[in-house]
Write a protein that binds this ligand. Structure first.
Ligand code: AMP
Length: 216
């Protein structure tokens, strides 16, 4: 029987995470990159891996359906899930920014309209600055909103900056650095302390080796 259940985000960071797990000796039976299977068992049967949508990882962990999750800081913050965040895997590094039409900052408006896929992060950011904003929740192509007058600015993730540039937008302000983090269910951290601590230790050593290989 597996000791811990690990929820992993499907999508852009999954391959790097699986690669890291393989490096620390954790491999999953039947796993291959194009698989449609959602549940895997590690070869030593100690870890059950479940693949879930990236935005849902914090929910699985908060509710205890998974003991551990590996998720983007963006989704952890937006979910407001009550979990422990214990390790930065430094995979998928990017940042949240406030952006808008180049040369149009600050937009000449009393109350800004802000479009974002992340309404909670948006509202918290502007609240901290003491600004009351109207948030428009979108599900994609957020960069379009300031171009067609749906919003004055956007709060979105920037990696290379190419999407902003190609759409005539620029960064006005940095909000938060993002990368893949390890999160843990609070009850599991107490009841499965040894297994979880061991997993974190192995991952930490693996990350240090990766870092040394890249920089040394
Ligand atoms: P870029 O052009 O490289 O700056 O990428 C920006 C676009 O990719 C934006 O539309 C973002 O929403 C999306 N994006 C980049 N990195 C991530 C990420 N780690 N998670 C989710 N979306 C991302």
């Amino acid at each position: 029987m597996s000791n811990i259940t690990l929820a992993l985000a499907k999508g852009r960071t999954a391959d790097s995470t699986i690669h890291l797990l393989k490096k620390i000796g954790i491999q999953f039976q039947d796993f291959h990159e194009d698989t449609r299977k959602l549940v895997f068992l590690s070869e030593d049967a100690s870890i059950k891996l479940i693949f879930v949508k990236a935005v849902d990882v914090p929910t699985y962990v908060e509710k205890g359906a998974a003991d551990i999750g590996i998720a983007g800081k963006d989704n952890i913050l937006e979910s407001q899930a009550d979990v422990y965040e214990l390790l930065d895997l430094k995979i998928g590094q990017c940042k949240f920014v406030v952006a808008g039409r180049a040369g149009d900052f600050p937009p000449s408006k009393q109350r800004l309209t802000v479009a974002s896929k992340y309404p909670n992060i948006t509202e918290q950011h502007f609240q901290k600055k003491g600004l009351d904003v109207e948030t428009v929740k979108l599900n994609g192509s957020v960069e379009l909103a300031p171009l067609i007058g749906l919003a004055d600015v956007i709060v979105d993730i920037v990696e290379t900056g190419n999407t902003l540039k190609e759409n005539g937008l620029e960064v006005f302000e940095d909000v938060e650095n993002i990368s893949t983090r390890l999160i843990v269910n609070k009850a599991s951290f107490a009841t499965k302390s040894n297994d979880i601590q061991l997993f974190i230790k192995r991952l930490t050593v693996g990350l240090e080796e990766e870092y040394e290989n890249h920089n040394g």
